[in-house]
Design a protein around this ligand. Structure first.
Ligand code: SAH
Length: 369
């Protein structure tokens, strides 16, 4: 048998890539349909159980392919029903994903990178630095593993996971090539079959990525805005210095046109005395006018050494009122899973910072980092 490294990880292939893979083997493309149904509809990844594939083909696949998944190392449950998984993705790094049950939906929040390079001033993931991109298999693997853990493959009626948000660790548009096949597997009928309205990619504002996304795959877009002026946003979301608000909002307009007016969600973290005043609310309403927009106010989730505090409820209510009066649908996100550090951007996993990793590799020559 070949070493795992040279075997094709079937979780890394979307439908088109899976068809191409079978064609290269001299097989008919409908083999992809058969395998995808086993994997994503029935939750089966044991080749021997895939009884509609010929024995000879199964043996061939056993030699050349694998189903590589992250490894669940810890699961925590909050008193409010939120569940969080720590998933090991390699010898040094772990990521987190969170399932949030609500009466009318079940949302899975998945990670796209190990750590994050953007360093937003109020985000704990950013404080850990960036290590590497997740592979397609590691992204779709989060959904597969949690769906199995929640008995989602056996569910007779409805879906346990009805919504997916790329709002865990990382900036998905800076891992475009691996994220897109994962999005396709989420929305493909032969994959998880979720409606494009129920799969949301959240970005801190990588403008070229927004345009590329619009041209590539249909999903919902969320933008982490957090400030209505460049002066303030330059501090909170440093990528704003590269792609300032006017450029970002123009890209949002293009996205909305390309996706025929589906509303874009604008996330706005409520930081006490920083971005939560009535003047900011009015300026935000002005900047978003004319866009099919929803605003999601996120009460800041504190972490040690952040230097920020959460806006008081009255301030959040007043901010919301101003936006609503300006005609913007505005909701305040309920904080969930706080007792297990699963709330927005308390996702930290275990990230070996690049510098330390490289140092270790030089200290121990011959050892793979
Ligand atoms: N990089 C992408 C995906 C991460 S989404 C993005 O920025 O959109 C995570 C969301 O939680 C973002 O809107 C982020 O700004 C927000 N967030 C980060 N830290 C937070 C904190 N401490 N409290 C509340 N929300 C936070």
């Amino acid at each position: 048998m070949e070493a795992a490294g040279t075997q094709v990880n079937l979780f890394s292939l979307d439908r088109e890539a899976m068809c191409a893979f079978f064609e290269r083997m001299g097989e008919r493309p409908y083999r992809a349909t058969q395998v995808m149904k086993w994997v994503y509809h029935r939750g089966v990844i044991d080749l021997e159980a895939m009884t509609d594939l010929a024995k000879r083909l199964r043996a061939q696949l056993a030699g050349t392919t694998r189903f590589g998944l992250p490894e669940a190392v810890l699961e925590q449950a909050s008193v409010d029903g939120t569940r969080k998984w720590l998933l090991r993705v390699d010898g040094q790094n772990s990521i987190e994903c969170v399932f949030i049950p609500e009466p009318d939906r079940g949302t899975l929040c998945v990670s796209s990178q190990v750590g994050c390079a953007l360093d937003c001033s109020f985000c704990s993931t950013g404080k850990q630095g960036f290590n590497r991109n997740l592979s397609t298999a590691e992204i779709i693997g989060q959904l597969w593993l949690v769906n199995r853990a929640l008995a989602g493959f056996q569910a007779e009626r409805g879906r346990v996971i009805s919504n997916v948000v790329l709002m865990g660790m990382g900036e998905p548009l800076l891992n475009f090539d691996n994220v897109v096949p994962a999005l396709r597997l989420m929305t493909d009928d032969l994959g998880f079959g979720l409606s494009h309205k129920r799969v949301t990619l959240s970005t801190a504002g990588v403008v070229p990525g927004i345009d590329r996304l619009a041209a590539t795959v249909r999903v919902s877009l969320a933008v982490s805005l957090h400030a209505p002026t460049d002066e303030l946003r330059d501090v909170l979301v440093p990528i704003n210095r590269k792609y300032p608000l006017a450029e970002l909002l123009a890209a949002c307009r293009r996205y909305a046109e390309a996706t025929r007016g589906d509303p874009i969600t604008f996330e706005y973290v409520m930081l006490d005395g920083v971005n939560d005043g009535p003047a900011e609310a009015r300026e935000l309403a002005r900047r978003l006018s004319g866009l099919p927009a929803k605003v999601n106010l996120i009460p800041f989730n504190p972490f040690p050494g952040s230097g920020y505090t959460r806006s008081v409820q009255g301030t959040i209510d007043r901010f919301r009122e101003i936006l609503m009066q300006a005609g913007l649908i505005t909701i305040t996100r309920r904080t969930r899973g706080e007792d297990i550090d699963a709330a927005c951007c308390q996702l930290t996993g275990r990230v070996m910072p690049r510098a330390a990793r490289l140092r270790r590799a030089t200290l121990q020559p011959g050892m793979a980092p």
